[in-house]
Design a protein around this ligand. Structure first.
Ligand code: KIV
Ligand code: ZN
Length: 523
């Protein structure tokens, strides 16, 4: 059994890869600071293993993995490495000073298609490479995970040879990926069972699965692997983020196992009350909006619209609800603070929401923004605080552009116009432009002085709470020279929120910390 020792008979290990596979979604790239915030939220939620990145893919990723390993104590921090010494050494270097447990996760493709067409290696070469890599990793780290990429489409006998060999070299977790989301639940569960039965030393490792959602079956496949195949680790991401159609969604598997304990007979260690705040954090950072009807974390997941359902729930909650909104961290839209609330009440509420800021200066700035917001909006909800803090944390040290004032004119039959005063470093600059709409005019005015030449990939507006007095939270995704960044801005005026989001994205483009989205390829 693994040194992690959590994957026992009735304990399911939750391995989060939001910051690695999740980050491979085009446009979801995160800065080091953003990753640190997500890592803290995952640790608070008691995720067992956090895959913090792919250290050899870029210096930015190396630094992010190192920084996360330097602060997280409770969760195991894993780094992904292709099956070669250089990648694994990079992983070891990023993780060796970790404050808590750490893991090397190495992979190589084992399907005939990938070996021949992508790796251009023979099966014997792949087998040898897999053995050597685990041997090398094991010399430096007791906790080694091995993944045969495209495992679900690999020849079962060849896969057995590879997995038996890497377990003999000391791999403590064997993770079988359904890399392209090709599997179907029963077949995948039986596939895992066959591997475990045929491999003589299979009991020396924890068995794990990593499913993609191309056919919408990632969660079902993962759960079938648990139920039929005896997997005791699931790899997943917050909001199901990930390559293409995404990965298994953490919130769905965790709540399925918990709600249907009668069927699965398993426990996870997850503190489910942190699910919704963490989902929101990831959505704010990546700009990937959660669809309203998404299970567990969608805005409608606990909203009953029809009269029959409302009546039933009022009489007995269980008539139409199989879990409670509070269990997964939905707050009941409480008014939490107002204009007269003081700094300590503000700090206390952030603490209750599991939000930590890095410095007293951070709290002071966030409190000032809260006061500004309270002047415009009488009732401040938890969601407002989360949006406000997300914005504060998204402001980089190297803030190049800042909004000073914005004035816009529009109306039927008029060409919308925006007039802005921006601060570029310490210099104020006035700019104005006309556009097709007020947001277009605002972005054109900003571009006329910033001259970034960036392409606008996404503009989305979300109401933070209900009602027309709600803050609008705007996400702007910009692309330039192969780099994709997200900016977020919130305000009761959505044009102001849009300007803030655009400037935040420009600041990230100007910052050296942001990095190109990592991709993995040949071993
Ligand atoms: O999908 C996949 O095969 C992966 C592996 C690297 C685990 O992400
Ligand atoms: Zn994957």
């Amino acid at each position: 059994m693994s040194t992690t020792a959590k994957g026992t008979k009735d304990r399911l290990i939750i391995f989060d890869t939001t910051m690695r596979d999740g980050e491979q979604s085009p446009g979801a790239s995160m800065t080091k600071d953003e990753k640190l915030r997500i890592a803290r939220a995952l640790e608070r939620m008691r995720v067992d293993v956090i895959e913090a990145g792919f250290p050899a893919s870029s210096n930015g990723d190396f630094e992010a993995v190192q920084a996360i390993a330097g602060v997280i104590r409770e969760s195991t921090i894993a780094g992904l490495c292709r099956a070669n010494d250089r990648d694994i050494q990079r992983g070891i270097d990023a993780l060796k000073a970790a404050k808590g447990p750490w893991r090397i996760h190495t992979f190589i493709a084992t399907s005939a298609l990938h070996m021949e067409k992508k790796l251009r290696m023979s099966p014997e070469q792949v087998l040898e490479q897999a053995k050597l890599s685990v041997r090398f990793a094991k010399k430096h780290c007791p906790d080694v995970e091995f993944s045969p990429e495209d495992g679900s489409r690999s020849d079962v006998d060849f896969l057995c040879r590879v997995l038996e060999a890497v377990i003999a070299e000391g791999a403590t977790t064997i993770n079988v990926p359904d890399t392209v989301g090709y599997a179907v639940p029963e077949q995948f569960g039986l596939f895992l069972k066959t591997l475990k039965t045929k491999i003589p030393n299979s009991d020396k490792a924890v068995w794990s699965v990593h499913c993609h959602n191309d056919l919408g079956m990632a969660v079902a496949n993962s759960l079938a692997a648990v139920k039929i195949g005896g997997a005791r680790q699931i790899e997943c991401t917050i909001n199901g983020l990930g390559e293409r159609a995404g990965n298994t969604s953490l919130e769905e598997v965790v709540m399925a196992v918990r709600t249907r304990r009668d069927f699965f007979g398993l426990e996870t260690g997850i503190d489910t009350r942190h699910i919704v705040p963490t989902s929101r954090l990831v959505s704010q950072i990546t700009g990937f909006v959660v669809q309203p009807n998404k299970a567990v974390v969608g805005a409608n997941a606990f909203a009953h619209a029809s009269g029959i359902h409302q009546d039933g729930v009022l009489k007995a909650r269980e008539t139409y609800e199989i879990m409670t909104a509070e269990d997964v961290g939905w707050s009941a839209n409480k008014i939490v603070l107002g204009k007269l609330s003081g700094r300590s009440a503000f700090k206390q509420r952030l603490k209750e929401l599991g939000i930590e800021l890095d410095s007293e200066d951070g709290y002071n700035k966030a409190f000032q923004r809260f006061k500004d917001l309270a002047d415009k909006k009488a009732e401040i909800f938890d969601e407002d605080l989360q949006a406000l803090v997300a914005q504060e944390a998204g402001i980089s040290e190297e803030e190049h552009w800042r909004l000073v004032t914005l004035h816009q004119e529009s109306g039927t039959g008029e060409k919308p116009k925006a007039v802005l005063v921006l601060k570029e470093n310490q210099t104020e600059r006035k700019t104005e432009a006309n556009g097709d709409g007020p947001v277009d005019a605002t972005f054109k005015a900003i571009e006329s002085v910033a001259k970034s030449g960036a392409e606008l990939l996404l503009f989305s507006v979300n109401a933070v709470t209900t009602g027309t007095e709600s803050q609008g939270e705007v996400t702007v995704r910009l692309s330039k020279g192969g780099r994709i960044v997200n900016g977020v801005g919130a305000d009761t005026d959505i044009i102001v929120a849009s300007a803030k989001a655009y400037l935040s994205a420009l600041n990230k483009l100007a910052s050296k910390m942001e990095r190109v989205n990592p991709q993995y390829g040949k071993a």
